[in-house]
Write a protein that binds this ligand. Sequence first.
Ligand code: XMP
Length: 510
Amino acid sequence: MEKILVLDFGGQYDQLIARRVREHHVYAEVKPYNKIALEEIKAEYRGIIFTGGPNSVYDPASPHYDPAILSAGLPILGICYGDQLMAYMAGGEIRNAENSSEYGKIEVTVNPASPLFEGLPETSVCWMSHNDFVSAPPAGFETIATTAKCPCAAMSDEGRSLYGVQFHPEVTHTAYGKRILQNFLFNICRCAGDWNMEDFIEQSVAKYRRELAGKRVLCALSGGVDSSVAAVLMHKAIGDQLVCVFVDHGLLRKNEGDMVESVFRHRFNMNLVRVNAEDRFLSKLAGVTEPERKRKIIGEEFIRVFEDEGKKLGKMDYLAQGTIYPDVIESGKGDASVIKSHHNVGGLPDVIDFEGIVEPLRDLFKDEVRATGLKLGIPEDLVYRQPFPGPGLAVRIIGEITKEKADTLREADAIFREEIANAGLDRSIAQYFAVLTDTRSVGVMGDARTYGYTVALRAVTTDDFMTADWARIPFEVLERASSRITNEVRSVSRVTYDITSKPPATVEWE
Ligand code: XMP
């Protein structure tokens, strides 16, 4: 199978580059520069991309690779630090740009005759983020792009198929970044582009079947997209060696527990243990109003529940998790190996003595995980499910949590979600839900005075959840939701819509 190696020199965009390559139907793998030998690279890959990185090539502590890689006969594209490193290895000159560092969108002029820039206009916008730059390309290289401040914004040695760009073609701000990668893959590496998500599934299945032969694997299922896809993928690989544990803490959305159970137990015929622990969680949460304390209690109780279940299940060798690439970045990039010997699950049981962790989705982005889920036959409404926080409705009930309040919120939330879906907005709004505030207010129903809860509706649009904007839901949809909630949910007498963006607010209320 044709593969591209993304040789990681410590940049933040390594997996993004791999994903951009996969978008062209060419499989890409990220390997840290110090974890792969040149012989293996030569044997396994069709081309190489050197990533960026925060270092300066002249710094003795900066990451380097054996310069023989430039003569290995494989096409290479160096990006940012990778470009500077290529120049350095080939004898070029790199300088620190005291006054000419470039950040953000910069106009670049390219030589469209270069195979890397085929189809590009002479000038376009690229994304730059650098201090150092190549001040003189190495012998045998020519400059193929410039910017106002950068005399060599891209270089090439066509004879050896070596290319370097100072800017970042992998980020969407580079207008022709996609085309540049396409040119590298097809004009320069001569890839066929016949890889797809099914191949990923098949490769993973074969790999885990081999590596986990005879092992028992536990998967903590939350019903969210990531853990669901991970579980189904692992089940395809190892069948009944996989045991899924689904903890229903009583703070799930309406019908959610039953939906998860029916999909996994009945549709996929998986070994599923559903733990109905509502009483346990609610009694621990009784009287607690402080948000962080709620989260903590829920996290701890999860561990206790797993401890108890672990005792019943007997020895489990591995823990399978639905970690996806953005989680990996968030928790700090570690060793990219697939089965790790140590684990840190942010709350899952240390008490169960696992040999290791399996994270089959570790290299994928959310949309790739969804594509995998659909290919695996997971129903669309589960695959496109909006994110739901681990602590569940606990962070959407302000003040003390009781079963009555959770039931009230579940009903209001279900109505709001139904109305959003009826309006066809469920795929365009990233997250939408109801919050039960602790404010009561006076209302009038029939001739009687009421004094019920205030429900707040929250809906946001966002790409990454780091920032978010409140969704401009049509008034008619809000009106229908409000009218149904106040009519159908006893004890709610007022509905408001939250029009705060993040920042300064967060998506969740607690
Ligand atoms: P915030 O409220 O921080 O939420 O703007 C950003 C995204 O993270 C989700 N979220 C959580 N997810 N455990 C989770 O698994 C949590 O404790 C948690 N808190 C917030 C939130 O739903 C939104 O998608």
